[in-house]
Design a protein around this ligand. Structure first.
Ligand SMILES: [Zn+2]
Length: 158
């Protein structure tokens, strides 16, 4: 496994629409493993392939709830709850920038695993927020576009 470089929001890669994953091969598995290592080192909750320079539709999410790293290949949101949550958000590609977004409280999504098998899953709270944030990356959308109120970075320091 290897740590990959996380691109900054200024990189045009982060503003492009990603293509579907079509090969579920060793190269994909290496990418997913590298992304997991990169995410853990950065103490992040989620990482999308374009953030490491790969314009393919896959993301990983780890909410540190004990269920491990979720791998979502070619993910699609099937349903969003009407109930929303107002949450603090940041992004590994936007260091030092924080804001409140309004995200669905729950989402249901479908995705393929690393071997290409489709599955469906429901996510809520932080997991739902991360699914929305990471899937936006696959369409070239950064959370900054979704912020309803920016947070002074000084207020984020402990
Ligand atoms: Zn992000």
């Amino acid at each position: 496994m290897a740590i990959r470089n996380i691109l900054n929001k200024k990189d045009e890669t982060l503003h492009k629409v990603c293509k579907p994953v079509i090969k579920f091969d060793a190269r994909l598995h290496t990418l997913l493993d590298d992304m997991a290592e990169t995410l853990a080192k950065a103490n992040g909750v989620g990482l999308a392939a374009p953030q490491v320079g790969i314009l393919r539709r896959l993301v990983i999410i780890d909410t540190y709830d004990g269920t491990g790293v979720h791998e979502l290949v070619n993910p699609e949101i099937l349903w969003k709850s009407d109930e929303t949550q107002r949450v603090q958000e940041g992004c590994l590609s936007c260091p030092g920038e924080w804001g409140y977004t309004v995200r669905p409280k729950k989402v249901r999504f479908r995705a393929q695993d690393r071997n290409g098998t489709w599955y469906e899953q429901e996510a809520e709270d932080l997991f739902a927020q991360a699914v929305c944030h990471e899937l936006d990356h696959l369409d070239g959308v950064l959370f900054l576009e979704k912020v309803v109120e920016f947070i002074d970075p000084k207020d984020m320091e402990e």
